[in-house]
Design a binder for this molecule. Sequence first.
Ligand SMILES: Cc1cc2nc3c(=O)[nH]c(=O)nc-3n(C[C@H](O)[C@H](O)[C@H](O)COP(=O)(O)O)c2cc1C
Length: 212
Amino acid sequence: MIAFGGAAGKVSRSNDARQTDMDLFDALRLRRTVREYSDAPLTAEVVRQVIWAAQGATGQEGGRTAPSAHALYPLRLRLAVRAVAGVETGIYDPCADPWQKLATGDHGPALEAAAIGPQPWLANAAAILTVCVDMMAAATHFADQPPYGERGLRYGWIEAGAAAQNALLAATATGLGAALIAGFHDEATVAAIQLPPPLVPACHICLGHLPA
Ligand SMILES: Cc1cc2nc3c(=O)[nH]c(=O)nc-3n(C[C@H](O)[C@H](O)[C@H](O)COP(=O)(O)O)c2cc1C
């Protein structure tokens, strides 16, 4: 697991990716769904902070910013880059260090086309973070716990929600506009970001600068 903002293997609370003085409770108060963004590109640094908030390593023993049942950590992230300074457009695995490029091109329009109803913010955001779940791993791991076959799935969705809220609060604390989007057609979304099975998209976090 990559230690976002810190040297791998030397993760501590003192070298995390946090670079904001906003109090957690202020971030909670200020968080709102923002669906309009300026055209200004994001810095890779601020995107990295949001990624770190979602799934960053916070301990030597594999701990992360979001909790995980049985410390299974079934979440995977994808980042569709549209306008991030110094980063080519494309789909990335932002948990790799450096980010691993998986596909080239602007995937905003395909993500918007995969949405339920018109959602132009998916095509206008500077970056779209997709929280994905390895549902096979989750279902298999908790297969012996009732409700059999369903507990792992339930945990997968819960964990995705926790990571997404972390990302939203980080976006708020760093002054970005952000929106959690879960109204999308699953198969079209999988195709849009070329997600390999058994990963399932749980939600997107659209990111961009607030409109001027
Ligand atoms: C599970 C979930 C799914 C959502 N899906 C969408 C969506 O598909 N499109 C959208 O524009 N907003 C979506 N939202 C954002 C909500 O519309 C928003 O949180 C709600 O209007 C309350 O506003 P607030 O976030 O500013 O407090 C979703 C929120 C949640 C929690």
